[in-house]
Design a protein around this ligand. Structure first.
Ligand SMILES: Nc1ncnc2c1ncn2[C@@H]1O[C@H](COP(=O)(O)OP(=O)(O)OP(=O)(O)O)[C@@H](O)[C@H]1O
Length: 274
């Protein structure tokens, strides 16, 4: 069939207009599954037989003392660091250890680093627009229909992150907290299935922390959210299940009260360990 015939074929939807099928299969299990994962740096085991399961739509908090392996774990999930052993699955279909960092990102795993990296000279709206334009799944040939759809998505995200009133202001004038929300919004533009968020409330005011708690708890359900955070007050305010990492393994897992009363956790946090 010629290109012209293809374009005028009315009984089928063009591939780029069809909604992208959800590539992640969670029908029979969790959205993220790490089994017996280990990685050493110069003989030092940063991650040591780590097992972790995150359910679809779950909000999970990961805590642990400095050097526990939290960042390394995120690096393994996103493909930045390859473990020496173990397996890492995204749904039941995608073996993340066989995929490159960009491929993992385009499957729908978004990562928010601690420091906000918004484009300060661009408006809030333009930052979100740019985030969408960098989505490799979207063809550069945007039609008017697609553009309208994206504008709608930008409005939706602006409302979610509470920045509708600042949409046309340069991102440089935003407070630290607002920049963090904008960056979360930039990740949301690509409709991730799993969001990894590193220390979201470091440097935030109390009020900004409350708003961030609302934002993250509101996102859960729509997507799975894994939050690494040191601020225990914040963790308590959002956590359903908390995983405590220590020396590259899971030391305890449960509700905030359960882990806070766990003797091993208390010992590690009080620094009584050798
Ligand atoms: N590329 C690397 N080379 C050598 N050692 C590393 C490397 N990356 C991490 N480590 C070591 O692995 C251990 C775990 O580090 P990681 O940054 O994952 O811990 P963390 O729980 O994120 O700590 P923090 O709360 O301080 O950010 C640390 O002892 C760290 O020094």
């Amino acid at each position: 069939m010629s290109f012209f015939e293809e374009l005028t074929h009315r009984d089928r939807v063009f591939e780029f207009l069809a909604p992208a099928p959800s590539p992640v299969d969670v029908r029979h299990g969790p959205i993220l599954y790490l089994e017996d994962v280990s990685v050493s740096f110069d003989g030092f085991k940063a991650i040591n037989n780590l097992n972790l399961t995150i359910d679809d739509g779950e909000l999970r908090c990961i805590i642990g003392p400095n050097g526990a392996g939290k960042t390394t774990m995120m690096d393994i999930i996103t493909g930045k660091t390859r473990p020496d052993t173990g397996s890492v699955w995204f749904g039941s279909r995608h073996n993340l250890l066989a995929l490159s960092e960009p491929d993992i990102a385009s499957l729908g795993i978004g990562r928010k680093f601690q420091k906000p990296t918004v484009f300060e000279a661009l408006t809030v709206f333009e930052n979100l627009e740019l985030a969408m334009a960098t989505d490799k799944r979207i063809l550069p040939t945007l039609t008017a229909v697609m553009t309208a759809e994206y504008r709608e998505r930008i409005d939706e995200v602006l409302a979610l992150i509470g920045l509708t009133g600042l949409r046309d202001r340069p991102a440089g004038i935003l407070s630290h907290g607002q920049k963090q929300w904008l960056e979360i919004g930039m990740l949301l533009m690509q409709k991730p299935r799993l969001l990894l968020v590193d220390e979201p409330v470091a440097g935030m005011t109390e009020q900004e922390m409350e708003r961030t708690a609302e934002l993250l708890t509101g996102l859960a359900g729509q997507q799975s959210v894994v939050v690494v955070e040191h601020d225990m007050g914040f963790v308590r305010s959002i956590a359903r299940t908390v995983t405590v990492l220590h020396q590259g393994s899971v030391l305890a897992e449960g509700s905030m009260d359960e882990v806070a009363n766990d003797p091993d956790v208390i010992r590690v946090y009080l620094g009584e360990e050798a």
